[in-house]
Design a protein around this ligand. Structure first.
Ligand code: HEC
Length: 138
């Protein structure tokens, strides 16, 4: 029997699901606390890989997405927690994406390559032809 492809794999899901320790240990205390909260609250329906490898970087978009996630039935995320998680995601996006554009682009390129290798059907259906857009932050 041919194996059914997992239907809900996003590009971001094939990347790392945690920050490298060297990165984490350089973050200020409040951001380390935000990261821990983020790993607890944002791993219920998908792994933390999905937000950690996302091309989202702006506060506006993080606020919009975290608010959406927080409102989902059974999210278990309070408004106060959402605020701390947004602050962490904005800070982390500045450090790893906006301040290091070349490294971040290489990271996204590697994700595309990995998805193409591991889930060629999902790649073709959802991502092929949009590579340039997918390599920019937003
Ligand atoms: C109640 C379940 C649930 C929880 C909890 C949850 N998510 Fe999600 N998330 C989803 C689902 C379902 C999708 C895919 C559909 C979508 O994009 O709306 C998703 C998709 C995403 C995406 C991809 C959106 C895109 O289109 O690029 C990001 C980023 C994300 N989640 C971040 C988070 C963050 C950050 C948290 C913690 C604050 C979180 N999620 C908590 C259910 C959840």
């Amino acid at each position: 029997m041919p194996q059914q492809p997992p239907r809900d794999v996003h590009l971001e899901d094939v990347g790392p699901d945690r920050l490298p320790y060297a990165q984490f240990s350089n973050y200020p205390d409040a951001m380390q606390a935000g990261y821990v909260l983020f790993t607890q609250r944002c791993s219920k329906c998908h792994t933390p890989a999905r937000p950690l490898n996302s091309r989202i970087a702006s506060r506006e978009l993080w606020s919009r997405y975290v608010t959406q996630m927080q409102r989902r039935a059974g999210s278990g995320i309070t408004l106060e927690e959402a605020r701390k998680i947004i602050d962490f995601l904005v800070y982390d996006s500045k450090v790893r994406k906006l301040d290091r554009p070349d490294e971040w682009r290489a990271h996204r390129e590697a994700l595309l390559e990995k998805l193409k290798r591991e889930h060629p059907d999902i790649y073709e259906l959802e991502y092929a032809g949009q590579e340039e857009t997918l390599l920019t932050v937003r």
